[in-house]
Ligand binder design. Sequence first.
Ligand code: RIB
Ligand code: CA
Length: 314
Amino acid sequence: MPVPIIIDCDPGHDDALAIMLAAGDPAIDLLAITTVAGNQTVEKTTFNARRVCTVAGITGVPIAAGCARPLVQPLRVADDVHGDSGMDGPRFPDPTVGTVPGHAVDLMYRILTEHPEPVTLVPTAPLTNIALLLTRYPDAAAGIHEIVLMGGSTERGNKTPAAEFNIFIDPEAADIVFRSGVPVTMCGLNVTHQALATPDVLARLDGLGTELGGICAQLMTYFASAYKRLWGFEAPPLHDPVAVARVIDPAIVRCVDASVAVELHGQFTRGATVVDLHRYLDRPVNARVAVELDAGLFWDRVIGAVERLGARTT
Ligand code: RIB
Ligand code: CA
């Protein structure tokens, strides 16, 4: 049976592929897409979610905009990585897919209380919407099967030496989520850096011979230029689809149980995920932490989803 999920995202080149993987893989029932400020302003991330759904032929999946800024600190976008639009590179057709009225958190709550079975939340952005959902609607947790998020790291960061972007942008929100008691799976940089969009991956996307395959290859080409310029990567890590892949087939993403704490006060470490893999601290296990990716299975599912969607729209 397909797993019912809501993606909460900030498109974002890698968020775009996460949406396509969720919509194009038969193991997932994508109930809604909610957006939040992160890679760009919420206006731009919402517009980009509409552009992705339009070009990928994803219809009938409600898109709702969420929080425009983190819970406490000001928003800092990632235009250095994703560009001024938040999804620079390809030329997209004007979006024909719209949004639904109302706030993302209210849409999530409605789905969680009305859907016949518990729903998996897949955040691939700062956790502002999720924290607000759990705070505004404490009974929402009963409708959540688990939260499988892209964020954090068992090692170093990519926004500061210690902090990964999604956690760093809204550490208070991440702290609320990791302390909520809702089952959390964390797909951090340590595992997403195993999802490298190599030239072979780009060739497979281009080789699909569809407009969508070409657009995805162009998204990866832009993303690759940013990762080369900023971090010297030979190929960009496709972070966000790893969280979706974990939901599709847990064998693709191996996890271990650990306690995870979000650092809120460190002068140099604010926003770090402190993952106690060796139980040094006497803290309860509160998360599954992804440690290993089956890259072959991962890319087969990502490219298979793009192929399926592209066949519908060509
Ligand atoms: O650190 C990577 C994460 O930050 C990804 O979700 C990317 O889209 C950005 O939001
Ligand atoms: Ca993202």
